[in-house]
Design a protein around this ligand. Structure first.
Ligand code: SOE
Length: 396
């Protein structure tokens, strides 16, 4: 019997447009879902680029008419994969049109826009989701299960760093280096992920940013000649004209959490030698976990309840279908998976939730993602004002 379907309208066809389109193509092949996504309409600004994208990925329709597509009564889910400065406009339009809405991270480029989105979601009938895709890397989901099962015990430390090294001086002034579009640089792009991961794994919340430091190493960049592909894979060529980069290349901060745990965070695009090292270590009184996305199929676990002579880091290959999250839908032991599978796993969970089922691990909605946005904002204020900032000072 044919499964129920939901027509999807995707806004944006650059880097995240590709990861989301790939997830839509694959999800029903690998997961038994209560609801199947249909690639109904791709929305963008450049008709020629859109037609090529529609053809390549198999979208039924392509249009530059954002309003018409979002308000199309055939559409059930609007998926926003555009730069941060239009997340609020696109998602609120869709919520007001009665659609379910998913949005790329971070929720928005600013706290005020994130708050508008959160408030719109509170009033809307549609469900909301945010693509914090690393929650659905099996090793990170396993860390969540370990922490929630008490295997780490009382948490003392969260130590997280998201280190990239792609943003050399030749990289043009794409939207990621423009505060008016991105809201911040590595901070909103990379610290957003590790803040969400820390909150997700521990179940803890932040109370205070004790200190923060933002640095822009490369103050000017070549102005892009061609439309940038938006992603870190470049795709834009720089002109001779130079423009000011007004965002952080690196942001480091120290924080306190509700449980009493202390935390250190670092995001940078100039950590030479670290290409996409999304790293987190959490130390508790019963155990510890360590994860590095550059080795994404492994989770290191330290069991401090063993006799001291037996204690040591275990390097778990998180690919066992019987026990590890999501893996039963993929391949046999040690037939490893990649970056794109986190997005497919996320879409599977979104379809489960829309189909009235329970996701494998919790999915962040706009309410949840707003809490991550509060931490982002508090750290930015702490860096700008060179003082500690309590999250309670911000609009909740
Ligand atoms: C660029 O820093 C980027 O593409 C981020 O925007 C993504 O969220 C991250 O998953 C990979 O790096």
């Amino acid at each position: 019997m044919a499964k129920p379907t939901i027509n999807v309208c995707l806004i944006g066809q650059k880097f995240m447009g590709r990861t989301h389109s790939n997830a839509m193509l694959k999800v029903a092949k690998f997961f038994d879902l209560p609801l199947i996504p249909v690639m109904h309409t791709i929305v963008g600004r450049n008709k020629a680029e859109l037609d090529e994208f529609r053809e390549r990925w198999g979208w039924k329709n392509a249009t530059t008419d954002l309003k018409g597509a979002v308000n199309n009564p055939e559409i059930g889910l609007v998926d926003v994969g555009t730069p941060n400065n239009v997340h609020a406009e696109h998602t609120i339009m869709a919520l007001e049109a009665g659609k379910h809405v998913s949005c790329e991270k971070p929720l928005a480029g600013s706290l005020s826009e994130a708050r508008q989105m959160r408030d719109a979601a509170r009033k809307a009938k549609g469900k909301t989701f945010v693509w914090y895709n690393y929650r659905r890397v099996p090793a990170v989901a396993l860390a969540y299960q370990f922490a929630r099962a008490g295997k780490l015990g009382r948490i003392y430390h969260v130590r997280a760093a998201y280190l990239q090294d792609w943003a050399g001086p030749d990289v043009p002034l794409i939207w990621r280096f423009q505060k008016s579009v991105a809201g911040s640089g590595s901070h909103g792009d990379l610290n957003a992920h590790i803040i969400d991961m820390a909150r997700f794994i521990t179940g803890d919340e932040f109370t205070e940013i004790v200190g923060a430091l933002a640095e822009t190493f490369i103050k000017e960049r070549p102005v892009p000649e061609s439309g940038s592909k938006g992603g870190i894979a470049g795709g834009a060529s720089g002109s001779a004209k130079m423009g000011k980069s007004d965002v952080d290349d690196a942001m480091l901060f120290l924080a306190r959490m509700k449980s009493g745990a202390v935390a250190s965070f670092e995001a940078t695009r100039q950590a030479t030698g670290n290409q996409n090292a999304n790293r987190i270590e959490i130390n508790g009184d019963k155990g510890a976990i360590r994860f590095n996305f550059e080795d994404m199929n492994h989770l290191e676990f330290y069991d401090a309840t063993l006799p001291r002579k037996q204690q040591g880091w275990t390097n778990i290959m998180v690919t066992h279908g019987g026990d590890h999250p999501y893996v039963a839908n993929w391949w046999p032991d040690a037939h490893i998976i990649g970056y794109e599978h986190g997005f497919i796993n996320q879409l599977a969970d979104m379809m489960k939730v829309l189909g009235g089922k329970v996701p494998e691990v919790p999915l962040p909605d706009f309410e949840d993602a707003y809490k991550t946005q509060l931490v982002l904002e508090a750290a930015m204020q702490a860096a700008e004002q060179r003082r500690p900032v309590k999250l309670s000072e911000l609009p909740q």
